[in-house]
Design a protein around this ligand. Sequence first.
Ligand code: IVH
Length: 674
Amino acid sequence: MAKAAPAAVKKEIENLREKLRHHEYQYYVLDEPEISDAAYDRMMNRLRELEAAYPELVTPDSPTVRVGGAPRDGFSTVRHARPMLSLDNAFSYDALREWDRRVREGSGQQKIEYIAEHKFDGLSISLQYEDGALARGVTRGDGTTGEDVTPNVKTIRSIPLRVDAATLKKIKLRADFEVRGEVMMTRKAFEALNRQQEQIGGKIFVNPRNSAAGAVRVLDPAITAARRLDFFAYYLLVDGKVPFAKHSESLQALKQLRFRASDDWKLCVGIEAVIAYCEEWDAKREKLPYEIDGVVIKVNSIPIQNELGYTSKAPRWAIAYKYPARQETTVVNDIIVQVGRTGTLTPVAVLEPVQVGGVTVSRSTLHNMDEIERLGLQIGDTVLIERAGEVIPHVLKVVKEGKHRKPFKMPKHCPECGSAIHHVEGEVAYRCVNAACPAKRKESLLHFAGRHAMNIDGLGEKIVDQLVDKGLVKDVADLYSLKLEDLASLERMAEKSAQNLLDEIEASKKNSLARLIYALGIQFVGERTAQLLAEHFSSLEELAAAKEEQLIEVPEVGPKVAASIAEFFSEPANLKLIKKLNKASVHPTAEKRKVKSDKFAGKSFVFTGGLANRSREEAGEIVQQHGGKVSGSVSKKTDYVVVGTDPGSKYDKAKELGVAILTEQEFEKLLGLK
Ligand code: IVH
């Protein structure tokens, strides 16, 4: 039986929740974080630890429960308290003037007070709060009933799981209310998602709207969480009615309740002021961090709204002005490849130049080979392209096949440096792995100098740009032959800073083998793998000579990582680079780890889930300092599985195999720390 929670614990939990709520608001709604991510994580871990010890104190609105739900079999449906109608559209300013005339006639008023707002291009969602806490999130569905997507919307950090009771009182709002708004994805999150999909060969999303909608309507909330969605609120209801006299008061109340609501709405008296607003934002909308596809105009007075009422499909008191679509058809004259900063080859369509929404477009990204196949695209075809925001436009579909169409093939050699292109059967990416390829030069140098790599302080982007552009540095080894006058010749570089940088470069020669391996930027070789490789091989030369079979013997190195390492060292340009580094006296040999005891000699540990007092890496380091081994997967040979919060499948595997399971506290006891 668990002990009853002491009052002090309850108080600490309440305190932590309040603080976490505050910091989530600062970070996800206001974009103004006040503390570091690490400090936030520490608070969250502490709360998780307390909730694990006193499960009876877990509440559904605790910040710990955002992610946690397991995938489900299907959605249940929920009936909306008041139908979620769509809006009538206006495609011209004259159509807006016509609508205004109907509103004036219907209301008997001469001049109408309107609220003009952004029309967010996402997926509409209804959030139902009960007693101040989020109870349900429902999609629009057919307008009358929607799908219950509560576990998914809970992962969206700009959605409050609980609202402040004092604020509710201040604005005289009942604690049971409904908020409607739009789930969206910022352009940045969307581009990052597609970049990731490009690499892994996943589905490429056409626009942020589609990826946001897809992410809400999945059965596994972990997928929603990974998509980094946002929520913009625009409508507030109590018992299916607007609880204020004006719509503008709803927008203000939503902000006070700490929902993310746009600040860009405007009170416009008369339709001409509305049209000016539409024009203003048509010019500015590309600069917004998210996409809008129009302007929604609502009558501000709720009594007038009620007087006007609804048609069977939409309210008469609101309309959506839609911006013209930024789509156009054109011919694909050629397909070329670009080498990205990490060596991935991206096919790009060279288009017959065409005007799309006032901008001439002559290139369009095709992402990867799979996407070209999915589109069925060949050179000479006529395609429909879309330009959204400032991102480079992309091809939506082939509208007409070219008469003399020609299929596209990935080149066998890198268009930048001529070295052979690598492609693993079954994987999407085609890559140039030459570490000294000019396309990758700047990125490779920055990675090499990074804090976790060779840690060359002062070698930032501005300096790297100049070193490469002036031809002073062609590969990372060239850094070691730089002279004081080379560095002093750079812009904004005083002699003293030049000397400091030179000293930093010199000092980096003393770095460990692990750092050097990591610094080379081999695909899939992160800091930890580099550390394990450095423990296995005594020098870079020995690592370079290792066959895939030998590489797989290194703990945590699987076939994919082994293949990538072997591939890297099979490239003659990279072997030359190692020789060059060696000549420049950059040839660390493996340092031996400080051994503190042999307490864990012959014992093998696996860690899973989040630990409260240290990272998993730190815990692994401790095990090794005491002679033990750390493995990434559980097998019959595993001696202990240390389980933190939210453990993964390794925990289940341990139970299944009957391996000893330790909590972090028990692990500390075993170590003699407690
Ligand atoms: S108000 C009854 N305001 O556009 C009024 N809707 O085309 C409810 N939308 O179904 C809608 N931005 O999904 C409203 N600022 C905004 C909006 C907005 C986007 C969506 C919403 C609606 C659709 C109609």
